[in-house]
Ligand binder design. Structure first.
Ligand code: AMP
Ligand code: MG
Length: 473
C-alpha cells in the first residue's frame, strides 16, 4: 500500500487539518473491491467492521492525514470567495500499482471542517448511495469520472427537511483541484500561491505543459480539451450534471459532484431536473456553453500569472471544435457509423435527435430499438429518419451486420435511471439493499441483458417519473 499526502505538503493556507467526527454504528453497505485492488489497498484486508470504521472516519486510515481543501467558486454565476470542503476530508493519496498514478481518497459526510459555514458536515445516506451508483455507472459507460470506493451507513440521524439516516461516501478522484481552487487564490491576489498551485497541478495532471514556452497557457489548453471531451461524453450518454458551478468543475476533466444530476429518459434538449436550477442555467443542452463559461473563469485566474486575454480567448475558442469532433464521433458510433465524419454526418445526427424530441422517445432505449431495425422487415418505426439512416449504413463496407454489432457495444441497455436510484434509496432506508445491489449488478455491465433484471432498463411509468432532483446535502 503506497499512501502519500502531497497536497498536505503544499503551503498551509491551501487546506485545513481536520478530524473526522466519530459515528455510533458504522455499517459497510458497499465496498468496491476491484477499485481497492487497483489502488493497491489490498493490505486493508476484508474485515468489514474494520473497513466500516476506517471509511466512516471512526478510525484513521493508516498512513493517511485528514485535510479539508480550500477553494472558492461561482455558484449559479455568483462568486463566493470561500467555499472549501465543508463536509469532506481528504484522507490520503494512493499511488496505484496498476497505472502508477496518484488518486485522492476522500470521505464525504465525515463531519465539520473550518469550511462548513452553516452546514453540519454530514450527509444523509441517500446522496451517498446515489453517488456510489451513478459514479460507478459512469465509469462503466466509459466516461471520465471520480469513483466510489465505499458507502457506509453511520447509524446516526441527519436532520434535513426530514430526519434521515446518515451516510459517508468514499470518493476516489485523480485530484480534487477545481477551477474554484484557482479562483480561491486569484481573488486574494495571492500570485505566489497561484503559481505554486499551477506548478503542482501541471505536475500532477498535464506534465507536458511544464516544458511549454508558456506553461500556464499550455495548461489552459489541456484543461479546455479535457472539458470539451467530458461534456461531449455527457451529451452522448444523455447525462445532465445539474450543478456545473466552477467549484464542481475538476481540472482533471473528470465528472465530479453527483448532486442533482440525472440521466434523460425522454429526450429533450432543454431538460432540467435540479430543484435549484430555476433558470435552466445547467439544462442538458446548455452544458457545452456552461463549461466554456467556467473555463473563462479559469483563464481570468491564469492571466494573473502569464499571458494576455487574447491568448486565452483563442485557446478557449478551440473548445467548440474539440467538443464537436468528439461529440459527433461518439454519436456516429452510437448510430452504427464505422467512420463518422462530423461534417458529413452532423445532419443525420441532429435529425435523429429532432425525431426523438418530436416523438418524446426514450433517449437510451431508442438507440437499441434503432439497431433492431437493421434486421427488421416491418414498416419503419422512426419515420423518415430511418430510411435516410439505412441508406447511410448501406454505403459502409461492413453493411448492416457490422453496424448492428457496433451499436450493441456503444449503446447501453442500462443507465442509472432516476426512478430506480430513488427506489434503491427508499429500500435502503428500510434496511433492504436488494435494489441497490441489483442496480449495481446491471450497471456493472450495462451493455448486455441481465436475465430477470430487465425491469431496470425500463423508463419510468407514469407514476414513477422523477420530476426533480435535489442536492440533498
Ligand atoms: P456542493 O453543492 O456539494 O458542490 O457543495 C457546495 C459547498 O457547500 C461546498 O463548499 C460544500 O462543502 C458545502 N456543503 C454542502 N453540504 C454541506 C454540509 N452538509 N455541511 C457543510 N458544508 C456543506
Ligand atoms: Mg461541490
Amino acid at each position: 500500500m503506497r499512501l502519500t499526502n502531497s497536497y498536505a505538503q503544499l503551503p498551509e493556507h491551501f487546506y485545513a487539518n481536520v478530524q473526522t467526527a466519530p459515528v455510533p454504528e458504522p455499517r459497510l453497505l458497499a465496498w468496491n473491491e476491484a477499485l481497492a485492488s487497483q489502488l493497491g489497498l489490498g493490505g486493508l484486508g476484508e474485515d468489514r467492521e474494520r473497513l466500516a470504521a476506517i471509511f466512516s472516519g471512526n478510525q484513521p486510515l493508516p498512513g493517511g492525514r485528514s485535510i479539508a481543501l480550500a477553494y472558492a467558486g461561482h455558484q449559479f454565476g455568483n462568486f463566493v470567495p470561500q467555499l472549501g470542503d465543508g463536509r469532506a476530508a481528504l484522507l490520503a493519496e494512493a499511488i496505484s500499482p496498476v497505472d502508477g498514478r496518484r488518486y485522492d481518497i476522500q470521505l464525504k459526510g465525515s463531519g465539520l471542517t473550518p469550511f462548513s459555514r452553516n452546514g453540519d458536515g454530514k450527509s444523509p445516506l441517500g446522496p451517498a448511495i446515489r453517488e456510489y451508483l451513478v459514479s460507478e455507472a459512469m465509469h462503466r459507460l466509459g466516461i471520465p469520472t471520480t469513483r466510489s470506493l465505499a458507502a457506509v451507513a453511520t447509524g446516526e440521524p441527519v436532520f434535513r427537511e426530514n430526519v434521515e439516516p446518515g451516510g459517508v461516501l468514499t470518493r476516489v478522484a485523480s485530484s480534487h483541484i477545481r477551477v474554484g481552487t484557482f479562483e480561491y487564490f486569484a481573488t486574494r491576489r495571492d500570485v505566489e500561491a497561484l503559481q505554486t498551485l499551477l506548478d503542482y497541478t501541471i505536475q500532477r495532471h498535464y506534465p507536458k505543459a511544464a516544458s511549454a514556452e508558456q506553461p500556464a497557457c499550455a495548461f489552459f489548453s489541456e484543461v479546455v480539451a479535457a472539458q470539451a471531451r467530458l461534456v461531449a461524453h455527457w451529451m452522448a450518454i444523455g447525462f445532465i450534471h445539474g450543478v456545473m458551478n466552477t467549484d464542481n468543475c475538476a481540472i482533471s476533466g473528470e465528472t465530479i459532484d453527483y448532486g442533482p444530476c440525472a440521466f434523460l429518459d425522454t429526450f429533450h434538449i432543454d431538460k432540467v431536473f435540479s430543484s435549484i436550477d430555476h433558470q435552466g442555467r445547467y439544462a442538458y443542452g446548455q452544458q457545452a456553453h456552461m463549461a466554456q463559461w467556467n473555463l473563462a473563469r479559469l483563464a481570468e485566474c491564469l492571466m494573473l500569472i502569464e499571458g494576455e486575454r487574447e491568448t486565452y480567448e483563442a485557446r478557449l475558442n478551440a473548445f467548440q471544435a474539440t467538443f464537436e469532433n468528439h461529440y459527433f464521433g461518439l454519436m456516429g458510433r452510437k448510430l452504427g457509423l464505422e467512420q463518422p465524419d462530423p461534417e458529413q454526418d452532423k445532419g443525420l445526427i441532429t435529425g435523429w435527435l429532432q425525431h426523438l424530441q418530436n416523438e418524446q422517445l426514450d433517449y437510451t432505449l431508442s438507440f437499441r430499438q434503432l439497431a433492431q431495425r437493421l434486421s427488421a422487415n416491418d414498416p419503419a418505426r422512426f419515420g423518415d429518419f430511418e430510411s435516410q439512416w439505412l441508406r447511410r449504413v448501406d454505403t459502409q463496407p461492413g453493411g448492416r451486420k457490422q453496424a448492428a454489432s457496433q451499436m450493441a457495444v456503444h449503446n447501453p441497455l442500462f443507465i442509472p435511471r432516476n426512478h430506480q436510484v430513488e427506489r434503491a434509496i427508499r429500500a435502503a432506508y428500510n434496511d433492504d439493499l436488494s435494489v441497490f445491489n441489483q442496480l449495481q449488478q446491471v450497471l456493472s455491465d450495462p451493455y448486455r441483458e441481465h436475465p430477470g433484471l430487465a425491469r431496470y432498463a425500463e423508463p419510468p411509468g407514469e407514476h414513477e417519473q422523477v420530476l426533480e432532483t435535489f442536492c440533498g446535502t
